[in-house]
Design a protein around this ligand. Structure first.
Ligand code: NAD
Ligand code: MG
Length: 396
């Protein structure tokens, strides 16, 4: 068996750690080529010690110097780089077969695009890439013959429930709707008035999944599902009207495809990201992910409800940005990143998150999503406006 050379972007995060756990179980299939992270040098060093990658990347020169010294002292052969350019180099390196895109937020756009442009097998967890630049990114995938495999559990479930070849379009394949399931997050049953008081700690305590802080807050506001609607639109070329969100608190059905003949095909499993990660890593084969079998009898029941747009306005905001098109989703994403960071810093109350996003979208008209520069300019301008609005709110 030829081993796949893998670059992990975001190695120290929740998805990165789960990816390395799957890789650890299959040393005959995968070799780690590069491990990339932001600033968690200690965790990255431990990963380097275990997986002995050829390269590692951190944010800046002082961190790179520190990590390089530790690698040298430990006799490790890893070359340490820093900065955005190095992330893209590791994603596009000729010796790399597979790139796990697991950086959080807009920071992942350029390296993930570099992987697509280099025709790699791209395992996409970093959904913000498709939200910001869906058209551009999907074009790069097509033009450069990249293989794009969704890691987000819902999209991985849809991918598994669709026919293998959807190049004729999903309607021609008999798909009526895509049903995206949502856990509803930790505040699913909280009264609207109580949302004013929720803390970052409560927002990050997700009932079913252990994840990074940003996506945990996104799950609590349901912006995560909004971003996933946009992600599904681009991945499966599906109009917004054919994507429906269903709240399913147990997070066992990871998503469903509704066909014209009345069949509904779903993927189920324990809520453990190693399942979609292993599926994407070994595609089209299946490998052990370390995940136990689903115990239906212990589960006993599965519940479903409609999302509440009044308590969770981020979801309708995302649909509206998708329908508006152009740079509107990039503006939505940037404003959301600023809002979430401000909430985590206790500079914005929880209900301030959708308010800030709505105000930013109102203040900045969307343009065409032409080039990467257009997207990055919209992203920067939206961040500037959103940060200003947070300051104003704080001053009041
Ligand atoms: P996390 O916060 O746990 O990890 C983020 C990783 O990105 C870390 O390794 C960090 O070092 C790296 N990083 C952050 N900023 C960086 C920068 N500027 N340059 C280089 N590296 C940087 O996040 P996570 O929960 O693992 O999520 C990662 C992505 O996967 C997100 O886009 C998230 O929406 C998506 N996702 C996560 C889950 C999950 O279960 N955690 C599920 C589905 C999708
Ligand atoms: Mg998801």
């Amino acid at each position: 068996m030829i081993r796949q050379n893998v670059t992990v972007l975001g190695a120290t995060g929740s998805i990165g750690v789960n990816t390395l756990d799957v890789i650890r179980r299959h040393p005959e299939r995968f070799a780690v080529f590069a491990l990339c992270a932001n600033s968690q040098v200690q965790r990255l060093f431990e990963q380097i010690r275990e997986f002995a990658p050829r390269h590692a990347v951190v944010r800046d020169a002082p961190l790179a110097d520190e990590l390089a010294r530790r690698c040298r002292d430990a006799g490790l052969p890893t070359t340490v780089h820093h900065g955005v350019g190095a992330l893209s180099e590791m994603a596009a390196h000729p010796e790399v077969d597979t790139v796990m895109a697991a950086i959080v937020g807009a920071a992942g756009l350029e390296p993930t695009l570099a992987a697509a442009r280099a025709g790699k097998k791209v395992l996409l967890a970093n959904k913000e890439v498709l939200v910001m630049a869906g058209e551009l990114f999907m074009r790069a995938v097509r033009e450069h013959g990249a293989l794009l495999l969704p890691v987000d559990s819902e999209h991985n479930a849809i991918f598994q429930s669709l026919p293998t070849d959807i190049s004729r379009g999903i309607s021609a394949c008999g798909v009526r709707r895509i049903l995206l399931t949502a856990s509803g997050g930790p505040f699913r049953t909280l009264a609207r008035a109580d949302l004013d008081e929720v803390t970052p700690e409560a927002a990050c305590a997700h009932p079913n999944w252990v994840m990074g802080r940003k996506i945990s807050v996104d799950s609590a506001t349901m912006m995560n599902k909004g971003l996933e609607v946009i992600e599904a639109h681009w991945l499966f070329d599906c109009p917004p009207g054919q994507i429906q969100v269903v709240v399913h608190p147990q997070s066992v059905i990871h998503s469903l495809v509704d066909y014209v003949d009345g069949s509904v095909i779903a993927q189920l499993g324990n809520p453990d990201m190693r399942t979609p990660i292993a599926y994407a890593l070994a595609y089209p084969e299946r490998i052990d992910a370390g995940v136990p079998s689903l115990d239906l009898l212990a589960l006993a029941r599965l519940d479903f409800e409609a999302p509440d747009p009044d308590r969770f306005p981020c979801l309708p905001l995302a649909y509206a940005a998708l329908r508006a098109g152009g740079t509107a989703p990039a503006i939505l994403n940037a404003a959301n990143e600023v809002a979430v960071a401000s909430f985590l810093d206790r500079r914005l109350p929880f209900p301030g998150i959708p308010r800030l996003i709505e105000a930013t979208l109102a203040a900045l008209p969307a343009g065409a999503e032409g080039s990467l520069d257009d997207v990055l300019a919209a992203d920067a301008e939206a961040r500037r406006i959103a940060a200003g609005l947070v300051m104003e709110a704080g001053a009041r």
